[in-house]
Design a protein around this ligand. Sequence first.
Ligand SMILES: Cc1cc2nc3c(=O)[nH]c(=O)nc-3n(C[C@H](O)[C@H](O)[C@H](O)COP(=O)(O)OP(=O)(O)OC[C@H]3O[C@@H](n4cnc5c(N)ncnc54)[C@H](O)[C@@H]3O)c2cc1C
Length: 361
Amino acid sequence: MEEIDAVIVGGGVTGLASAAAIAEGGASVCVLERHPRPGMDASTHNSGVIHAGIYYPPGSLKARLSVEGARELYAFCARRGVPHARCGKLIVAVDRQEAERLPDLEARARANGVERLAIVDSGAIRRREPRAAGVAALLSPDTGVVEPEALVLALGRTCANAGAHVLTGTSLIGADESSRGLIVRTERESILCQTVVNAGGVFADHVSAMLGGESFAIHPCRGEYAELAPARSGAVEALVYPLPDASGHGLGIHLTKTTRGRVLIGPTVRHQQSRHDYESGRMALEGFLAPARRLLPELELKDLRLGGSGIRANLNPPDEPFADFLIRRDRLNPRIIHAAGISSPGLTACLAIGRLVASLI
Ligand SMILES: Cc1cc2nc3c(=O)[nH]c(=O)nc-3n(C[C@H](O)[C@H](O)[C@H](O)COP(=O)(O)OP(=O)(O)OC[C@H]3O[C@@H](n4cnc5c(N)ncnc54)[C@H](O)[C@@H]3O)c2cc1C
């Protein structure tokens, strides 16, 4: 039987960043990833936004790790040649009533340590986004975009350089306690380890159960996208958001210009049972038009086409507005460290999450 210090279950950005950080500390590490390639679930089905840390309750892990993680991610992307842009974002108030909410949002962001924010008027909106609506906006110059696929590849290379092995096409199927550690079982082999990190994304609750850890529930929440037709992508310069959704489950359908120049419209919020279903019952294109036109009034249905979708690994059920990341040791089995409930801003925060996980070992 193979013996190793740490097994990471899940080869998305959380698992890869954790594996790299642990291996860089000198431990032997392998990542189990059920898909043929790393990062095929949420890590490449998202908006690719590097969040500044504006929305999250002060003191939460989401607030702290997005602020720290964004700084680290910009530096990492520059060092490793990952396409990214510090393009800035406008959170747009479309009327006076909405504008009254901007100072609270700004105060929350400042409490989280977000710097260089400003509330700007309609003239400043138009200078950055000539076609956008809005009477005022919160400008966040340090919000940006990253190419998620390239980030996953770069994290994979970082793991390899640090000596961490990524075993693709390898699912965790169970685990047994032994006097010498935890024996982690896959279809092909058993691995004896001292620590196992649960980075199973939307399956993290199943992974915890298979490892003999605490019971908790992930509430899958699909986010669907439309896109602007390529000929219309010049209508948006960077990132244009509405005021955040009162439900707390999304940031509101927004416009994201990706590193490749595509303009995404979304994501929507759709709670569902399935953790695999990206497609059935998708919102019709018409459903994207009204929220997109609040931000960009000139849009017409012919400018839109259907885009992709992703599934959020929420810890909060539909009727609860917020749940923090769950990053800590399991209370039943101290050999397990959870990095679970990594919904947005998990892409932004991945390097900071990895460092935190490594510090727990
Ligand atoms: C629609 C949407 C938009 C988003 N937009 C943004 C954004 O703009 N900015 C941002 O910062 N964040 C965003 N996020 C969040 C971000 O994508 C996630 O926080 C991040 O990708 C989580 O990474 P992860 O590694 O934890 O999960 P995942 O990428 O889902 O990885 C988990 C991995 O575990 C593997 N796994 C599960 N069970 C097993 C098993 N039994 N054995 C082996 N492997 C297993 C899976 O195959 C999977 O690859 C968005 C998410 C969604 C869904």
